[in-house]
Design a protein around this ligand. Sequence first.
Ligand SMILES: Nc1nc2c(ncn2[C@@H]2O[C@H](COP(=O)(O)OP(=O)(O)OP(=O)(O)O)[C@@H](O)[C@H]2O)c(=O)[nH]1
Ligand SMILES: [Mg+2]
Ligand SMILES: [Zn+2]
Length: 303
Amino acid sequence: MENWLVSKLLTNTENLVEGIVLRGYSGYYYVHDGREEWECSLRGRFRREKQQAFVGDRVLLRPGHGFKGVIERVLPRTTLLVRPPVANVDQAVIVFAVREPDPNPWLLDRFLVLVSTSGVKPLICFNKVDLTKDGQVELVSRYREIYPLVVISAKTGEGLELLCQALGGKVSVFAGPSGVGKSTILNALHPGLALKTAEISAKLKRGRHTTRHVELIAMPQGGFVADTPGFSSLDLPDIKPEELSGHYPEMDAYFGKCRFNQCLHDREPDCAVKGAVESGLINKERYFQYLEFLKELKERRRY
Ligand SMILES: Nc1nc2c(ncn2[C@@H]2O[C@H](COP(=O)(O)OP(=O)(O)OP(=O)(O)O)[C@@H](O)[C@H]2O)c(=O)[nH]1
Ligand SMILES: [Mg+2]
Ligand SMILES: [Zn+2]
């Protein structure tokens, strides 16, 4: 029955319009077809099957009157990032501020693991460099050796050119804590865009959760970017403890060099990763946090 339905839909695609979901609120999806924006509902069978459309999904819609339509099919996804929820993302721009609010490496490392398990490429972006004297922040050098990284100021424009180049032709999602400047950066990159931004709280030095929804924006230089609400905690993805080190690029070089094949790089003897930590080739803070995450994944397995 279901197969019959699907093949019927497949053979009846002549009048359908292909587009990308830019945003969705209260049951409506706003779909961009390259020229126009359509307000769409989702065909009832999606709801019955508890399927969803996500921002970033490529869809086929059946046009109605006045740029209103019905989403008939969600095309296969290349990637699905769960937090923030965006489909078909090529690149996650993980934004932290060098100050105000202070960067949180615990959250950054968790996000890097999540992005890696989703098959999305990370780009770390340190913003508000105008607030530091020389821009020489320990965290910047720690991560620069491992990941693609840009240091920018949305306020002065420093580094924006490089960031802009990195976005061309791709679907990128901007993610990070509240108040780091995600919306401000996008406003600076896109003249005419007027995303809401707000000063961080003077007392708590935290953002005010100004952005409330995930929204995909077509950039003038090509490509799409998603602005997303800030977050302050993040669950580790559902992976096995022995898979965790595979999401630490700096540990790759030591793969297969430990005494034990299934080495977790924890208390095992003759561990090449621990050796690299001791000789300073792997950053200690990253490694200690790795051990914490490992413990968390092991504990999760017990329940
Ligand atoms: N000094 C300085 N301030 C900045 C810079 N970029 C953004 N800000 C300020 O930081 C505050 C927060 O910026 P937003 O763009 O609202 O932050 P956000 O990351 O979008 O926050 P949420 O939407 O809450 O997740 C605003 O007052 C901005 O003016 C920068 O490069 N330098
Ligand atoms: Mg925002
Ligand atoms: Zn090991």
